[in-house]
Design a protein around this ligand. Structure first.
Ligand code: ADP
Ligand code: F6P
Length: 328
């Protein structure tokens, strides 16, 4: 597909929703219309692409959504898109709807599917990183990460009140799939005693360290964040280990769950989504394909989807050190 021939662009949100997806949808819609390109919103991610759930959007369709969490065009996980038959149906929808290119807003799974689809059917795809996990290589931040971090920090502040009053050890389970960005940075922001994250194996040693935290440092209570997949069984397992070694400790477990994905996006996420949405449309006009729009040092960049998916983004060593230093 020649970039000059892009008359209609499809846009979808896929995978786990994140605050700011609506702002991204608004930006893509308005930027495309501004450039004279028609926009078709695809409902429920790749599921809607397969089922033909498509609606042409005007600028009014995205009015009043910049401040809304979630995604007004819904999101879904769609196993059928992983099959050649599913992607064939998705392609038929594109042909029927005369959609020339796709902007997909989601995480690495969404990009993996998009890249495959693009290769099979020669469709230009641009990815916008929409996930609270911040686990995509090539971008300093993903849309929704900042909001989620603030939500988690707010929860920690509330837990701190009761942890202190009852002199308890709180184990707080934080999302992130395979990544510890939310856990580590929320631990710093919440002044926590320790964080247990998958990037810092061996986990038994981290638990040992966490056990010592707080009490050893003459505090009577502590808050330890546990990344959901760092330990089999999550925060509950860590609480059991701690109580076995120190029966005198009173532990409590809080699983923050999907609270972390909701809420009105922060100003940062709204701005990020808006800049990225405009850049995605421009990238299509410039003939780009199979790239993710990222942000590095406050500059918008284009990153090959393969790299965004396959390269491992590391946590910042100085952040890890800061947590250890400041939790004495
Ligand atoms: P996220 O995009 O947040 O990482 P998922 O991993 O659930 O979320 O991926 C979203 C969707 O992307 C999946 O439900 C599926 O439709 C599609 N997808 C993920 N991996 C693949 C794959 N290997 N091949 C084709 N489609 C995929
Ligand atoms: O990728 C976003 C995320 O919230 C992860 O942090 C978490 O592991 C997963 O999605 C939860 O998925 P679901 O909403 O399907 O339970």
């Amino acid at each position: 597909m020649d970039s000059n021939n892009i008359k209609t662009v499809g846009v979808l949100t896929s995978g786990g929703d994140s605050p700011g997806m609506n702002a991204a949808l608004r930006a893509v819609t308005r930027a495309a219309i501004y450039q004279g390109i028609r926009v078709k919103a695809i409902y429920r991610g790749y599921k809607g692409l397969i089922d033909g759930e498509v609606k042409e959007f005007t600028t009014q369709d995205v009015s009043g959504i910049i401040q809304r969490g979630g995604t007004i065009i819904k999101s879904a996980r769609c196993p059928e898109f992983k099959t050649p038959e599913g992607r064939q149906k998705a392609y038929e929808t594109l042909q029927r709807e005369e959609i020339d290119a796709l902007i997909v807003i989601g995480g690495d799974g969404t990009f993996t599917g998009g890249r495959l689809f693009s290769q099979e059917y020669d469709i230009p795809i641009i990815g916008l990183p929409g996930t609270i996990d911040n686990d995509l290589w090539g971008t300093d931040a993903t849309i929704g990460y900042d909001t989620s971090l603030s939500t988690i920090t707010e929860c920690i502040d509330k837990l701190r009140d009761t942890a202190t009053s009852h002199e308890r050890v709180f184990l707080v389970e934080v999302m992130g799939r395979d990544a510890g960005f939310l856990t580590l940075n929320a631990a710093i922001a919440g002044g926590c005693e320790a964080a247990i994250i998958p990037e810092r194996a061996p986990v038994p040693e981290q638990i040992e360290e966490a056990i010592g935290s707080g009490r050893r440092k003459s505090k009577n209570s502590s808050i330890v964040l546990v990344q959901e997949h760092a330990v089999e069984g999550g925060a509950k397992t860590v609480a059991e280990i701690i109580e076995k070694v120190h029966p005198e400790y009173s532990t409590r477990v809080t699983v923050l769950g999907h609270l972390q994905r909701g809420g009105s996006p922060s100003a940062y996420d709204r701005i990020l989504a808006s800049r990225m949405g405009v850049a995605a449309v421009q990238a299509l006009l410039d003939g780009q394909r199979n790239v993710m729009v990222g942000i590095q040092n406050d500059d918008i960049v284009l990153v090959p989807l393969t790299k965004a998916i396959h390269q491992k983004k590391d946590i910042k060593e100085d952040s890890w050190e800061a947590l250890q230093t400041l939790s004495i």
